[in-house]
Every structure is written in C-alpha cells, then in structure tokens.
Design a binder for this molecule. Structure first.
Ligand SMILES: Cc1cc2nc3c(=O)[nH]c(=O)nc-3n(C[C@H](O)[C@H](O)[C@H](O)COP(=O)(O)OP(=O)(O)OC[C@H]3O[C@@H](n4cnc5c(N)ncnc54)[C@H](O)[C@@H]3O)c2cc1C
Ligand code: FES
Length: 345
C-alpha cells in the first residue's frame, strides 16, 4: 500500500529504485550485504564481515554463501565459506588466488555492497556431542574455523583436534586466535604442520596421523583444503573402513587441462560468440563474452549452470566424456567445446 502510494509521486521510476538510494540492502530482487569490516589476515588473505539485508537466513557453522562482485561491469560470483561463528553476522575469509578473490582482497572497503545468495551446504557439525578431528590446509580452514568458534567456547564437553597445514607459520590463518582458544579451552588441541620445514602429512601409511591424533579412527572427521589432501584423506578413511565418519568440503574440482582443441561457442539467445580452447569451460567462455551465464558452485556440484545444448559436441572436463544430444542440459562449469557448439542461453 505504502509502495503503491509512493509510486504516484515517483513514476516513471519504480519506488524500489528510490528506496535503494536510501538503503542499498532494500532490493527485493537481489540479496545484498554491506561490508562492515575488512580485517587483514596472514599474507594475501582478508576477513570481510558484512551485514546482510532481507532474504538472508542465519548460517550454520561450516556453510558457505555465493558472493557476487562487479568487476569491469560484469557481475562475477564465487562461493566462500562463512568463517564467523553461527549466531553472529556473517564474514568470509578470502585468499587471493585468482581474479575474483584478488579483487575481494585488494579492493573491498567498509560500506561496499556485496551481492549475495543465502547460506547453503551440508559440511556441518554433528547434531550430538562427538570427539572431532579437523584436517585442514591453507584457506580450507575457513569453514572449520566457524565450527571451532561456534562449538569450543560454548560447549564444555567439546573435544576437538585440529591439524592444520600451512607453508610457514606466517601463512597459517587464524594462528594467534587458535592459540588463545586452545590455551583457554581444554577441549581444543591444535597441531600445525608447516610444510616448508616439516613436509606434507604422509598418507601412504597411517603413521603420521597416528602420531598427530592417535584415536583418529574413532573421531568424526572433517577435511577441507587442496584436492590432493581431500583425495588422500578420503583414501585413508576408506582403507581403514571409517569412510562414513569423514566429511569432505571441496573448494575446487580437478579438471582435465589437455582436453582437446576447443572450438567456437555460440550463445544463441544472447546473440554472442566466443572461441575457447579445450580447457576453458563454457561458463568461463560465456562470462568473458559478456553473456549472463547461470551458475552456482562452479565446480560441478549444484547444477545451477545447466544450459540446453542446441548443436555440437561438448566434453565433460572431469571425465573426458563427450555429449552431443540436442536439448541435453549441459553443466557449463565443467564442460568445454569440441568444435562449434550452440547453447540456448
Ligand atoms: C564451497 C566453497 C567454499 C569456498 N570457500 C572459500 C574460502 O573460504 N576462502 C577462499 O579463499 N576460497 C574459497 N573458495 C574458493 C572460491 O570460491 C574461489 O574458487 C577462489 O577464490 C578462486 O576464485 P578466483 O576468481 O579468484 O580464481 P579463478 O580465476 O576462478 O581461479 C584461479 C585458480 O585458483 C584455483 N583455486 C580455487 N580455490 C583455490 C584455493 N582455495 N587455493 C588455491 N587455488 C584455488 C582454481 O582451481 C583456479 O585454478 C570456496 C569454494 C567453494 C566451492
Ligand atoms: S555451477 Fe554448480 S554445477 Fe555448475
């Protein structure tokens, strides 16, 4: 009612446009958040806290959110784990590795507006009390940090072992806070593994894990970090018949890099074209050409990026399989063109 009355005075612009000038979080069309702090972490990483607007729901420890930023006039989306404890305003901790993360780390300022999708993910704490083992490396510590911040100060019965790998002490995210938490709470034990001096954890036998956490087989375990760590840990838990006790969070998917010659991609509805090599995904090719490509996780999990194939052949960069059925829904984030491809987007 208030809006329709307002529209009498604001036509031809929509009242939402004027409300947005007053409050950038008021858009009903796109969930947004305003940055409330930017805190430098160790080299190349920052924690960005934000106050989300309408449409956001409180996150659970371990979940992630899709964050959108505009770079050179194109909105780019990436997923980031929420590092703040459950029950507090969200924050992400971003490590600069590529285009979007570098932009977030180097250019984000208090008061900036981020585009958001609500928290999601099932990398979550168990529902009842259990001894836990967290195995993390690099920026993979972020969802686990939310779990530790949520659980350890609030639960006297918490029993958490964190084994975190970083190249050097200076590269170890949250090192000082973890040391304080471990000193204040008997239920948290932190072991750092500095790969520059100690080497990586050896998963060819259980000896390293046995030394770091002798009862690892009986703990509910979480692993997050580079693909190699996730694959090695999954194999170890599988070999020791405790695979059900391991939860894995992947930040990236291994894709073939020598997948073929690539080809021309025609984005029919957008009336745009691109030429992509055999290791460039259809999603990346579309974004680079300025096509509004639907996507979510960008790693072959969520299927938000499905687009119908109109003609041509594509290759699944995870498996090398080819697909050429007209009308088939293609996961553009993990597929590359083989020759000329027409997409219905
Ligand atoms: C569920 C989920 C949670 C995530 N949480 C975080 C988080 O808390 N903090 C964070 O910094 N990133 C996180 N990521 C990764 C993030 O979404 C981006 O992939 C990352 O920031 C790289 O994007 P970019 O545009 O900067 O690089 P791009 O230009 O898209 O890619 C550059 C290269 O970096 C590789 N890459 C992706 N992630 C990493 C990484 N963590 N370390 C090293 N190389 C990487 C990619 O495989 C690619 O080869 C998460 C991803 C997922 C799916
Ligand atoms: S964006 Fe999630 S499967 Fe492609």
């Amino acid at each position: 009612m208030a809006l329709s009355a307002a529209s009498v005075f604001t036509a031809p612009r929509h009242p939402q446009d004027f409300l947005q000038l007053v409050n950038p979080l008021s858009s009903a069309r796109q969930l947004r958040g305003v940055v409330t702090s930017v805190t430098p972490e160790c080299s190349g990483s920052v924690t960005i806290a934000f106050r989300p607007g309408r449409g956001w729901h409180a996150h659970e420890a371990g979940q992630y959110a899709r964050i959108g930023v505009e770079i050179d006039g194109v909105r780019q989306w990436r997923s980031y784990s929420l590092s703040a404890p459950a029950g507090q305003d969200p924050a992400i901790t971003v490590t600069a590795v590529g285009r979007v993360s570098r932009h977030l780390v180097e250019s984000t300022r208090v008061g900036d507006v981020l585009f958001l999708a609500p928290p999601q993910g099932d990398f979550l704490l168990p529902t009842g009390p259990r001894p836990l083992l967290m195995l993390t490396a690099g920026s993979g510590i972020t969802p686990v940090m939310s779990m530790i911040r949520t659980l350890v100060p609030r639960r006297p019965d918490a029993d958490v072992v964190l084994i975190h790998s970083a190249r050097t002490p200076q590269d170890a995210l949250f090192r000082a806070e973890l040391a304080t938490l471990a000193a204040d709470h008997d239920g948290l034990h932190v072991a750092h593994r500095y790969t520059a001096t100690d080497g990586r954890i050896d998963f060819t036998s259980p000896a390293d894990l046995d030394a770091l956490c002798p009862d690892w087989r009986s703990r509910k375990a979480y692993v997050c970090g580079p693909a190699e760590l996730l694959d090695d840990a999954s194999q170890m838990w599988h070999d020791h018949h405790v695979a059900d006790a391991l939860s894995v969070e992947r930040f990236e998917t291994a894709l073939l890099t020598d997948a073929g010659a690539g080809g021309r991609v025609v984005f029919e509805k957008s009336d745009k074209e691109a030429v992509a090599d055999g290791s460039t995904t259809l999603l990346e090719a579309g974004e680079d050409a300025g096509v509004l490509m639907p996507h979510g996780c960008r790693m072959g999990i969520c299927r938000s990026c499905l687009v119908p194939l109109r003609a041509g052949q594509i290759k699944d960069l995870r498996t090398g399989e080819t697909h050429a059925d007209e009308g088939e829904l293609i996961q553009t984030c993990i597929s590359a063109p083989c020759g000329t491809v027409h997409l219905d987007v």
